[in-house]
Design a protein around this ligand. Sequence first.
Ligand SMILES: Nc1ncnc2c1ncn2[C@@H]1O[C@H](COP(=O)(O)OP(=O)(O)OP(=O)(O)O)[C@@H](O)[C@H]1O
Length: 860
Amino acid sequence: MSSIAISYGENGTVFCGLKSDGSHLADCFGSNPAITHATPNHLPFIGLTGGNGFICGLKMDSNQPFCWGSTGLVQMGVPLQMGKNSEYLEITAGDNHLCGLRKPLMGMFRNTSLVDCWGYNMTKSYNFDGQLQSITAGSVFNCGLFAQNRSVFCWGDELSSNVNVIPKEMRFSKIAAGGYHVCGILEGVNSKVKCWGNNLIPEEENFLYSGLLSVDLTPEDPMISVVGGKFHACGIKSNDRRVICWGQKIEKSTPPPNEVKLYEIAGGDYFTCGVLAEASLLPVCWGISFPSALPLAVSPGLCKSIPCSVDSYEFTNETATCKIPGAHICLPCSKGCPIEMYKVDDCSSTSDRKCDYNCSSCSSSECISNCSNAAISGIKNGNFWKLQLPVIIAEASFAVLLISIVSLTSVMYVKYKLRNCKCTFSAKKYSGNGKIRPDLDELKVRRAQMFTYKELERATDGFKEESIIGKGSFSCVFKGVLKDSTIVAVKRAIVSPDLKKNSKEFRTELDLLSRLNHAHLLGLLGYCEENEERLLVYEFMANGSLHEQLHSTNNELKRELDWVRRVTIAVQAARGIEYLHGYACPPVIHRDIKSSNILIDEEHNARVADFGLSLLGPANSSSPLAELPAGTLGYLDPEYYRLHYLTTKSDVYSFGVLLLEILSGRKAIDMKFDEGNIVEWGVPLIKAGDIEAILDPILRPPENIESLKRIANVASKCVRMRGKERPSMDKVTTALERALAILMGGPCNEQPILPSEVVLGSSRMHKKSSQRYGNRTSDMDGGDLEDQRIEIRAPSWITFPSVASSQRRKSSISESDLDGKNLEMRSAGNGNGGGDGLRSLVEEIGPASPQEHLYLQHNF
Ligand SMILES: Nc1ncnc2c1ncn2[C@@H]1O[C@H](COP(=O)(O)OP(=O)(O)OP(=O)(O)O)[C@@H](O)[C@H]1O
């Protein structure tokens, strides 16, 4: 257990850390939304640990473990305890299990230790003779370190793999288990590391290993910390706090950073992260498949209510505090000094030992430059100047000469290169107050403005923590104010080690976003791509995300989202998605429809956001796209997940989950209910006609429940197992528009209700439909869809009925389609569902040809 933890596994990698502000809250970044989205933002923790697909924290108030993420083997989202009021000193996670070391027992049991484990096949309480100081979990086993004789013992599944062949007579100060091995720091002055266990790489391993070195071939350096990966281990060296790793090395993995110093370290399976021993306290990671830098300052150690021991010192720093009275963050004292340095001061209770350069025996450039700086500032006598001045003057003159030559050559080269260029200014027009005012042509295919990093840094007040308005798996969203006073949201990508891929994906997202233009899609205003920085500038959505409002802890806020507002948001979001599927060219599959991607603007209009996972489908395609599933747990289309069969119907599934969420006020996955999956819970109730049972209890049911009944029916059809049997988005939109009209007291008839042409709170234009889509729509709608429409801004957030929209759609759907009658008949009688009924998306949009290049993006 430490202040940082890593979760790994096929659902993605996640880094979590305790915030450095003394709040003890956890902050997580990574690609497993089951963890990042479930991170409790109100529970302070003593420390963290991570396993395969989950993270656990030891709760500060009750000393009980609390886990979040996804594993069927350990219960998520509830405090764990075995025995009444059991409290734990430390927790540790293996691949699929968690163990907790109980606080020392009293009285006659004081010489025994209890370890409670959950998950895998270890769920029980283990009783050991002797007091345990700490425990550590490997893949499928655990080890404990006895407090008195500092010996180690292990138990669990992997005893055949030598983890219990513990080096005899060795005494350890710390231990850390990896996948199938254990490492310990030897007690005493030399603090060397000893590792043992199984190091053979199983055949089913997917990675190529470049150096097959056994993990028990440990470095000679004394260490202050050690962690285990699956087939490797890393440690912080005691003399200079630099990191060193050994064991099996995966080809193309990022090497450990050799220039930085670390306070703390945590291991995943194939990668490792540490906390920089700098004022920033930022995490740094290396290995495979994880960004190298993360924008969150974390605590460098645990905040404990015991005084620091003699071989540690209290970390005191304005940037990281330990707010509990009488508690301290204790860091281990470094031992010795790096080569070419000598000890100036011993480790005290408040600072680490201090070293200085031994200038009489310098050989490295670092030592030489440090010694000459010291000499310049420290030596003031005339002798020095007499000897050194001519040298310094000669060096300076040479430097000036060199700079002049280089500058001159560069200027001449640039002039030569530009000799045939004429300067043309872009068509961007600025109004008097500096606001961008695009002309009509620009509006049709909007192009994003390029910002410099400096501009966006200024706009967000230096990307300071207070400007953060949201967090994605691999990005932070900041509120910013541009020079012309426009309020914007700036999405800053977490730097990936694979810059090339990063840049390619960034441009793909840009390309995609700048081509999409619809009142209910979040507008991209600009971007910045400088060095490793990738930033996107969006319109600012004053009311945050639908997720924040629907699941707020403030009941008043939830109630503000009454039925009319909820259904309006559903209609508007449906229109945005319908546009992506039917009018964008090439069609776009969003792939991550969920309530946190539906943003609400000042006038309470919904905008579909985050095309980070979007896939551009080539226009002339003939089979559904086979891609690896990506998206968010609970919203993910099972057909896509299992068969990798991706069509726009995958978005329809996610939208169905969103509708259930809007109706019920429940999260897509909410483990506090017996049936935690909203689809498994809601659909049987809807099918049984018990609509009231699924409605959000915070709101009174509307007078005319018919409208919500219709929406519930639509939702249950959207989440059908087979994509072919789900309605398409235009049909869903039409049905929702009708439901909204009924809710607002309109007639319950087949007539068209709401237009996508008349949308409030926006005066943007639809993109011109492509030839192909023009044809498709005219087939279905009698061809009366104008190619280009202007949306009319109206004074409130409600959308008004109009005839045009449903005329456009009326030939594409009859009410009975969505009542399911025709559908069921068709799917029973004719697997292809031909005729004018629901057609599979494969037929509707023409799927992608496998030969064509697909643009897959994953959030930058
Ligand atoms: N334009 C915006 N205006 C206001 N708030 C925004 C804006 N864009 C994003 N946010 C806030 O930031 C949060 C994170 O957004 P982001 O798109 O990065 O991640 P996400 O979609 O929630 O997660 P993931 O990237 O894991 O899918 C949103 O839930 C929202 O609260």
